[in-house]
Design a protein around this ligand. Sequence first.
Ligand SMILES: Nc1ncnc2c1ncn2[C@@H]1O[C@H](COP(=O)(O)OP(=O)(O)O)[C@@H](O)[C@H]1O
Ligand SMILES: Nc1ncnc2c1ncn2[C@H]1C[C@H](O)[C@@H](COP(=O)(O)O)O1
Length: 222
Amino acid sequence: MNLREKYHIPSDAVITIAGTVGVGKSTMTKALADALQFRTSFEKVDTNPYLDKFYADFKRWSFHLQIYFLAERFKEQKRIFEYGGGFVQDRSIYEDTGIFAKMHFEKGTMSKVDYETYTSLFEAMVMTPYFPHPDLLIYLEGSFEEIIKRIRERGRPMEQQTPIEYWKEMYERYERWINSFNACPVLRININEYDIIRDAQSIEPIVAKIGYMIEQYRKLKK
Ligand SMILES: Nc1ncnc2c1ncn2[C@@H]1O[C@H](COP(=O)(O)OP(=O)(O)O)[C@@H](O)[C@H]1O
Ligand SMILES: Nc1ncnc2c1ncn2[C@H]1C[C@H](O)[C@@H](COP(=O)(O)O)O1
């Protein structure tokens, strides 16, 4: 019996992993998908044609980048739907608007008209009854110092050149955002609670919590 069956996780479940840059979403996505024998939906960083340009000049490229991410995530959403679920997704679509677009608008690196165009497109595409929300959003959290350490260790050049204030601002916004997020159930996990890199077994208690939460939520929906 695999972990998915052991903890009664439905084979059509969709789990999305949220959290600030560098917290460990991609690593968790892979480990969870392996444990559950689910498909993955990753953010493609290396092939993103705007990301480098964006980090070099936020004002010039923030709108282009948001539109690009929105299109990519929507295509992924369609793929998940076509497979009938059974996915772990690296970053939720909600963070694009709730964190990134909002932050760039409020910090003056996205114009008002661009922000309004973006949010109206986002709402038309996502905030409709036709858009399936995930069964569970796993929110990864940890100390700011540990997250900065991880960003440095990973070493993506564009992120190294970004001032630390940018990551701090994002970190604080994430904390506020998750406290009011209610589009689907949330499981908060502190990154000190597991170490899937050195101890593969540490995923099992997380799978147990996922199973419990999805079961409770699906009962409520019936
Ligand atoms: N549990 C962990 N323990 C130690 N390092 C980790 C852990 N999870 C991720 N990392 C490291 O932290 C960095 C960022 O992780 P990643 O999964 O790419 O984050 P994200 O997708 O949230 O940006 C990577 O170098 C990764 O190897
Ligand atoms: N919507 C976004 N706007 C700006 N930047 C974004 C957005 N989504 C992701 N990013 C950036 C942040 C990181 O540099 C890379 C990948 O994110 P990660 O959290 O490391 O998976 O893209």
